[in-house]
Ligand binder design. Structure first.
Ligand code: SAH
Ligand code: SF4
Length: 431
């Protein structure tokens, strides 16, 4: 069987252990089952195409797409009936051909601290997901004056970072741009975050529940860059969902050849999953390092389009007991990033059943943070968020039953979810 790879770079000839696992199916080869497709999450071009496809003449379809766009992304319409400025006939035709369905909410968990986690089921895509629809997770983290939504870019992940639970999931496919964007639509629905009736355009930014997006859920966003670029475009449209591109952060394990495009085409903020400051160690923790070692990664960071003190790169560093948490590691981290406008997020490791690591002791994290702080970076020690609902990074895995069983088990054992989400929440340059 041919090896399905999401990577765009050359395979390392003769490289023994695989950097990526093989997905169970090639998602692109799977025909989508027939049925009325949803318009939710489409780009402007996609929407216009769908409207033209039901016979609306070219010159009218642009105007109609603009109207429907407003209902979808400013008002959060859930039925064509609500579109008061669209004629009755056209509404009926739209309803006959399309839906405004969102991904199904399988479960919604609300933490005592306001963190919410949704398990979402996408419409079935055929054999790939046994016609049941792939499941992904999406987390909302409220904070002072802002709210951060953590979205997924793939179902599962082809990569196999040694500390990440998502990497153990075999079912992998890219999410479409619409499926990525729909996560924000669901969050706005559940948080009552749409413009009030009567408003002509948007809502007061300061009253938004979701103000920031981080691509830190399941998947490697730079292996699905076209769809991520399109989704960021829809989320950042100022006549629609209206987020600022400076409040959209895309996290990568280090797909060096795609980083420039992310900057040039999405104008998004960049986060790097660094986790180790020596190639020998990073090779084992983040296998992507074997393809693009630290020197190449850091050079690509320095060249990231739009990088300056107001648009810093976030470096994520998961604290693994006895592995990467020494004083020497902290000093090397500071040396490695010298001259790069950077923020450093120290993430307490979130354990999952079967994981080979433990989280560094709190004193160790504080000492590490102190060295980083003395070098001029904001103090990155975080308060855990969403502990009671396991809304933590690296724990995202979407098989509902397993999730429930694990949540029960971990709650019983008193294991909590320490959160990098708190980091994303507190450490935005825009304050
Ligand atoms: N695939 C992308 C984005 C999703 S992962 C990436 O790797 O950057 C989001 C962040 O959570 C990454 O920094 C990832 O390394 C980190 N992470 C994964 N598993 C974790 C765990 N068990 N505990 C803490 N952080 C983890
Ligand atoms: Fe994939 Fe990111 Fe997890 Fe690595 S850390 S396996 S790249 S989701």
């Amino acid at each position: 069987m041919a090896t399905a790879s999401f990577d765009t770079a050359r395979p390392a000839p003769g490289a023994a252990p695989a950097i990526e696992k093989i997905p169970e199916f090639r998602p692109e080869a799977e025909p989508a089952p027939a049925g009325r497709p949803s318009l939710v999450g489409l780009t402007r071009a996609g929407l216009k195409e769908r409207i033209a496809a039901i016979g609306v003449p070219e010159r009218e379809s642009r105007m109609r797409a603009g109207q429907v766009w407003h209902w979808l992304y400013v008002r959060g319409a859930t039925a064509f009936d609500q579109m008061t400025n669209v004629g009755k006939g056209l509404k009926a035709e739209l309803a006959a051909a399309y839906t405004l369905d969102r991904p199904e909410i399988v479960t919604e968990q609300v933490s005592r601290d306001g963190t919410r986690k949704w398990l979402l089921r996408m419409p079935p895509t055929g054999r790939h997901d046994h016609n049941r629809g792939a499941e992904i997770e999406c987390v909302y983290i409220p904070g002072r004056g802002r709210g951060t939504l953590c979205v997924s870019s793939q179902v599962g992940c082809t990569l196999t970072c040694s500390f990440c639970h998502t990497g153990t999931q075999r079912l992998v496919r890219n999410l479409s741009a619409a499926e990525i964007t729909a996560q924000l639509v669901v969050a706005r629905d559940r948080l009552g975050d749409w413009a009030v009736p009567g408003a002509t355009n948007g809502v007061d930014e300061s009253r938004r529940a979701v103000t920031n997006i981080v691509f830190m859920g399941m998947g490697e966003p730079l292996y699905n860059l076209d769809n991520v670029v399109d989704a960021v475009g829809v989320m950042a449209d100022q006549e629609g969902l209206g987020l600022s591109r400076r409040r959209i952060t895309v996290s990568t394990s280090g797909v060096v050849p795609q980083m420039r495009r992310l900057g040039e085409e999405a104008h998004a903020m960049l986060a790097i999953s660094l986790h180790a400051v020596r190639d020998d160690l990073r090779d084992t923790q983040v296998p992507m390092n074997r393809k693009y070692p630290l020197a190449e990664l850091i050079a690509a960071c320095r060249a990231y389009p739009g990088l300056n003190n107001a648009r810093r790169i976030t470096f994520e560093y998961v604290m693994l007991k006895g592995v990467n948490d020494s004083d020497a590691d902290a000093r090397e981290l500071v040396r490695l990033l010298k001259g790069i406008p950077a923020k450093i997020n120290l993430i307490p490791f979130n354990p999952w059943p079967g994981s080979a690591y433990a989280c560094s002791d709190w004193e160790r994290i504080e000492r590490f943070a102190e060295i980083v702080y003395e070098a001029g970076y904001a103090s990155p020690v975080r308060t855990p968020r969403g502990r009671d609902i396991l809304a933590a990074c690296g724990q995202l895995k979407s098989e509902t039953e397993k999730l429930r069983a694990r949540a029960r088990m971990m709650l019983e054992e008193g294991l909590g979810a320490e959160g990098f989400y708190a980091a994303a929440d507190e450490d935005d340059a825009e304050g």
